[in-house]
Every structure is written in structure tokens, then in C-alpha cells.
Design a protein around this ligand. Structure first.
Ligand SMILES: Cc1cc2nc3c(=O)[nH]c(=O)nc-3n(C[C@H](O)[C@H](O)[C@H](O)COP(=O)(O)O)c2cc1C
Length: 296
């Protein structure tokens, strides 16, 4: 009979184990007691199922129950790794796109990006509580833009009317009101552009909303990291992206906007990306301000 070491999250095939101690060195929940591999009882509660023990075992003797049906991919060989120069090109070539063609992005392409770039980004405590809502339907996209505009119009109107302003001040904390005050000129400019037929909130592109339960650990950071990887991955497939800070805020503070895409009430929108085929061709990489760094 196969001899195994097991807890609620992990199974170790002891017959295959060579006692190399790689798992012990990688994770504090593994230890040897008189030459016998053991798992600390605390692992049942505190193991975050990061899978590093399985990754580091040279004989593949460790399996996470969560991933028991998955065959773990071998680490790609060095030739399949991008060099610093290649990756550097990608970092520098990625730009926020503000103009997109109206060619729809194939669903399979977005799925491919989300499956690798989205699913494999880091999350606090390995919670993996990152959710994606992709909006490709033209009618829904139009509704999102129109509702955002209506909400912003109301906000500007209320802000400039003494009674409306009073209502806002009782409903929101002073910090929010101050922030809003700074945004009113930009909103007015956007409303002017919208009157000229320009779509300003989502750059007239399809969008990916990245959201997370509000009670997850570091929900916004997790969504941001996923967004960052998605932006880079999209670039390798000839797609362009743009961060959409305004629409992300609308999803969080304007329920009628969030309702259009059925964003769960218990979720926070951490990041929104416009995605599509870029219209303009860039010939040069814009310069950046000098590096700001302190060394100790
Ligand atoms: C958090 C965040 C929110 C942003 N929101 C918007 C937005 O709502 N609309 C937009 O056109 N660009 C938005 N941007 C894009 C920035 O303007 C852009 O990143 C910046 O100009 C630098 O250009 P680059 O991304 O091409 O390097 C946002 C960027 C970040 C990081």
C-alpha cells in the first residue's frame, strides 16, 4: 500500500520522497522528526495553498488537494524565457491607448489573456479572489457610457447648486467633497467633449472590469497587479489597453452604473481596462522623468 502523509490541504507520497529537504527549506510547515517527514498541524489553518512545496519537490511527491486534478507544468527552459532586453522592450512599448478601431476583439483572445496574465498574478495570502467582468456587447457598452454621463451631469449640477451641494456634503465625507471639487473642471470638459460625440469614459473600446470582494485582503492591489499583467500580455497579441480610472470610480460610487454589469454589491472594482485594436501607430517611446530612488 502507498504510504502517504496527509492533512486537509496536502498529500505527500512518502514512497517517492527522497528526504532531500527541499520542501522543509521552502515552507515552515514541513519538518523532519527522526528522519520522518511531518506536516505542522497549523498548516490545516494557515497553509495558503501557494503550491511552492509541490513546485520545489524534485520527484513530484507533493500534491495540493485543491489542484489534485491538474498536471503541473514544468518550468519553461531558459530559451523560452524573455531576456531583460526583450521584457524591457515590452515595458517601454506598452502605452495607454486612447484611440481604438471598431474591430471587435475575439472572445478567445481575451480569455487567453485572462487565463494566463489574469489568473497567474500575485494575490495577498494567495486568496485568488480576483474576478473579471468583460463587456463586449455594444449595447451594454453604450449603456455604460450613457449612464456614466448622466451620473456625472447630475453630480456637476448638484455640486453647483447650493441645495444640491448641501445634500452631497451630508451624504459624503469632507475628503470626498474636496476630491470632487478638484474633479469638477475635468468633468465639465468631458461633458463638452461628449456633446461633440467623443466617448471619453471608456475610449469607445471594450472593457475588462477587475473586481474583488471588499473583505478580501488588499483587494485593490490584487486587481491592479492583474491589470498590469493583462496590459503587457495584450500588447504581445497586438492589442492595446488603457487604464480607466474614472469608470472604475463610477462602478464603486454610482450604483446605477455598476448595476448595468451586475457588479456584486459586496465587490469593489479595483481596476478597469479598455481593450481593443489600436488605431494610431507610435514611432517613438515617450521619455520619462528621471528615476526617483533613495538608497540606504
Ligand atoms: C490608475 C490609473 C488610472 C487612469 N485612468 C485613466 C482614464 O480614466 N482615462 C485615460 O484616458 N487614461 C487613464 N490613465 C492612463 C494614464 O493617463 C497614463 O498611464 C499616463 O498618461 C502614462 O501613459 P502610458 O500609460 O502610456 O505610459 C490612467 C492610468 C492609471 C495608472
Amino acid at each position: 500500500m502507498m504510504s502517504i502523509l496527509e492533512n486537509s490541504k496536502i498529500i505527500v507520497d512518502i514512497d517517492s520522497c527522497t528526504k532531500c529537504e527541499a520542501c522543509v527549506n521552502e515552507c515552515r510547515f514541513y519538518y523532519f522528526d527522526s528522519d520522518i517527514l511531518c506536516l505542522d498541524k497549523k498548516a490545516d489553518d494557515y497553509c495558503i495553498e501557494c503550491g511552492k512545496c509541490a513546485a520545489v519537490c524534485p520527484v513530484n511527491a507533493i500534491t495540493l488537494k485543491l489542484h489534485k486534478d491538474e498536471i503541473l507544468r514544468e518550468i519553461p527552459t531558459k530559451e523560452n524565457f524573455p531576456s531583460f532586453e526583450f521584457l524591457g522592450n515590452l515595458f517601454q512599448v506598452r502605452r495607454s491607448r486612447r484611440q481604438f478601431t471598431n474591430k471587435p476583439v475575439p472572445k478567445e483572445l481575451i480569455e487567453k489573456i485572462l487565463n494566463i496574465a489574469g489568473r497567474y498574478s500575485a494575490t495577498a495570502w494567495n486568496q485568488e479572489k480576483v474576478y473579471f467582468t468583460v463587456v463586449q456587447n455594444r449595447e451594454t457598452l453604450k449603456k455604460l457610457s450613457e449612464e456614466s454621463t448622466n451620473q456625472v451631469k447630475n453630480l456637476v449640477r448638484n455640486f453647483e447648486d447650493p441645495q444640491g451641494r448641501n445634500t452631497l456634503e451630508t451624504a459624503f465625507p469632507p475628503r470626498f467633497i474636496k476630491r470632487l471639487e478638484g474633479l469638477i473642471p475635468a468633468f465639465k470638459l468631458f461633458l463638452k467633449m461628449i456633446r461633440k460625440g467623443i466617448e471619453v469614459w471608456r475610449r469607445d473600446a471594450e472593457i475588462i472590469i477587475i473586481h474583488s470582494p471588499k473583505d478580501a485582503l488588499s483587494p485593490i492591489e490584487n486587481c491592479t497587479l492583474a491589470a498590469c499583467q493583462i496590459m503587457l500580455a495584450a500588447e504581445t497579441l497586438g492589442l492595446g489597453t488603457c487604464s480607466l480610472g474614472y469608470i472604475t470610480a463610477f462602478f464603486n460610487v454610482m450604483r446605477p452604473v455598476a448595476k448595468i454589469v451586475k457588479l456584486p454589491l459586496k465587490h469593489i472594482a479595483g481596476y478597469t481596462l479598455a481593450i481593443g485594436y489600436p488605431k494610431a501607430r507610435y514611432y517613438r517611446i515617450p521619455a520619462r522623468k528621471p528615476l526617483k530612488v533613495k538608497w540606504f
